[in-house]
Design a protein around this ligand. Structure first.
Ligand code: GUN
Length: 291
């Protein structure tokens, strides 16, 4: 079997054009222009790239984008003061503080400072709880993107066995909640799970979010399974020249594609969905804030 490639880039483009339509309607019918504030502390190059694409795509769908670039040595108190100002600013409907923050700043204090009504990452305890009990509000961006791709590929997910590899607050745990809500049977495995290969072999749906390059082997995939690869790992690529690198996922893509019915590539699979879902969450918070 050679798997169908799930084109997250095309799906995200389509989603962004629907979001742009929502933005138009919010402006025309309610006089609201959704505004997203993105805060970055320090100069980590990967974070800079993510934040620039978030700001660019925010503007492209017609929302206001407010970018706050802060020096790496900013005090925790000054960062929290900025978050409080953004909480109080009626033009701002979403606040995202790019993680990780420098070591002298406590990320939990940062997260808890964000008004849950503007928490477009779905990081605050209030919103994590809402997802758990199924109340409306923002939903973690990467898991939401994975869910959209799965529903598009499979239709109903009911009764399917999903194995998630990874238990992070950012992906693994919220993914578990969302798949449970869609009536999957969910197993959460992780880097310390025993007999991981045997567990993954039982999966109708595999979500790999463990952060280890190509850890999931082709012969772990049940024939006909759907594979969602959340990993983004930069590895050396000597075949491209000295010092060159390439991106790979957490799944051995070529071998898994021989077994799976459908699989997301890296890049071009889950990655583009994350930012599109961030914009979708900003529509959600802007709509909820304005009743
Ligand atoms: N760092 C890596 N991914 C994310 C994300 O989805 N949100 C935030 N705030 N920081 C991140």
């Amino acid at each position: 079997m050679t798997a169908k490639i799930i084109d997250g880039k095309a799906f995200a483009e389509n989603l962004r054009s629907r979001i742009a339509g929502h933005v138009e309607r919010l402006k025309a019918e309610h006089g609201i222009t959704p505004g997203l504030a993105v805060v970055i502390v320090g100069e980590d190059p990967a974070s800079q790239v993510y934040v620039s694409s978030k700001a660019k795509q925010t503007a492209e769908v017609g929302m206001n984008s407010y970018k706050h670039e802060l020096p790496a040595d900013i005090s925790e108190a000054d960062l929290l003061a900025l978050i409080h100002r953004l909480n109080a600013d009626p033009a701002v409907h979403g606040i995202l503080v790019q993680m990780p923050v420098p070591r002298h700043i406590d990320p939990n204090k940062v997260i808890e400072a964000i008004d849950p009504a503007k928490d477009v990452d779905c990081f605050t305890p209030a919103n994590v709880g809402k997802v758990q009990i199924g109340l409306p509000g923002p939903v973690s961006c990467t898991p939401l993107g994975c869910l959209m791709l799965l529903r598009d590929e499979l239709g109903s997910l009911e009764g399917r066995h999903a194995v998630i590899i990874g238990r992070s607050n950012l992906v693994g745990k919220p993914m578990m909640q969302l798949l449970l809500r869609d009536n999957c049977t969910v197993t959460v495995a992780h880097s310390r799970t025993r007999n991981l290969a045997d567990i993954v072999r039982q999966a109708d749906i595999v979500v790999a979010a463990v952060g280890r390059p190509q850890m999931v082997k082709g012969d772990w995939i049940k024939p006909g399974a759907t594979v969602i690869d959340v990993g983004i790992n930069r590895v050396p690529a000597p075949e491209k020249g000295e010092g060159k690198t390439r991106l790979v996922g957490d799944v051995d893509y070529a071998a898994a594609a021989e077994q799976a019915a459908a699989i997301t590539p890296v890049p071009g699979g889950v990655g583009p969905m994350t930012i599109a879902c961030l914009l979708a969450n900003t529509i959600t918070t802007a709509s909820l804030i304005n009743g």
